[in-house]
Design a protein around this ligand. Structure first.
Ligand code: TIU
Length: 224
């Protein structure tokens, strides 16, 4: 058969059917990638998040050409914060990154504010599914599971930020639901590279306990 296969995936080759594969781009929002947003206010350097924009852009272009299902996620809350757990709100305030507080890109992590928007380089195209999520995982309190089922999706390619937080939570939720997941190493980032490396290792160790780790160039080649 002519199903693409990424031979140098960890821990072993990753085969996928493009007709049943979705590219999921996680939380590439100004709040995580631009100065003054939620990520920086938490005490982080956003440079690693910005650095993966070109690799994600390349994978997005290849995925669009190949006709993959494309999903974008955004972490954020309703303007009245009614979907923000008090625990999350309190810890954000304690850290100086108060959810809902005013900032240079509007109210921090609130839907509809400039900080909540996806960076312009990776803007969703018409017809691409956007998941607005209140949590770290893209399946919790969203329509993602139903949407993927409707599309007949079996495999997920994961990109975005941060590797150990929202990418991992989504990966774990997806793995428990039976999806074959590949995390794209150079299209994901954490604010601290040590967290990124640890998170990637957790994917492929134990024979691929959560799935596979691949490189963006290999994904682009496989989709060509
Ligand atoms: N999108 C995402 O990963 N949300 C976070 O809060 N990440 C952190 O690393 N803080």
């Amino acid at each position: 058969n002519d199903s693409p296969c990424i031979d140098d995936a960890r821990p072993y080759p990753y085969a996928f059917d493009p007709a049943r594969t979705a590219l999921v781009v996680i939380d590439m929002q100004n709040d995580f990638c631009a100065p003054g947003g939620f990520g920086e206010r938490l005490g982080n350097d956003v440079a690693p998040a910005r650095a993966i924009i070109p690799a994600i852009s390349d994978v997005l272009a290849a995925a669009r050409r190949a006709g993959l299902t494309i999903v974008h996620t955004r972490e954020g809350h309703l303007p009245d914060l009614s979907d923000c757990p008090p625990s999350k709100l309190a810890r954000s305030r304690r850290q100086g990154a108060g959810i809902g507080d005013p900032g240079p890109m509007g109210r921090v992590l609130v839907r509809g504010e400039p900080g909540h928007a996806i960076v312009p380089e990776l803007a969703p195209a018409d017809g691409e599914y956007i998941v607005d999520k209140p949590g770290k995982g893209a399946f919790y309190r969203t329509g993602l599971e139903a949407y993927l089922a409707e599309q007949g999706i079996a495999s997920l390619l994961l990109a975005g930020v941060t590797t150990h937080v929202c990418v991992h939570t989504t990966l774990r939720e997806a793995n428990d639901r039976g999806y074959e997941c590949a995390v794209i190493a150079d299209a994901t980032a954490a604010f601290d590279p040590a967290d990124h490396e640890a998170a990637l290792r957790m994917v492929w160790q134990q024979g691929g306990i959560f799935g596979w780790v691949v490189e963006s160039g290999a994904v682009v080649d496989a989709l060509a």
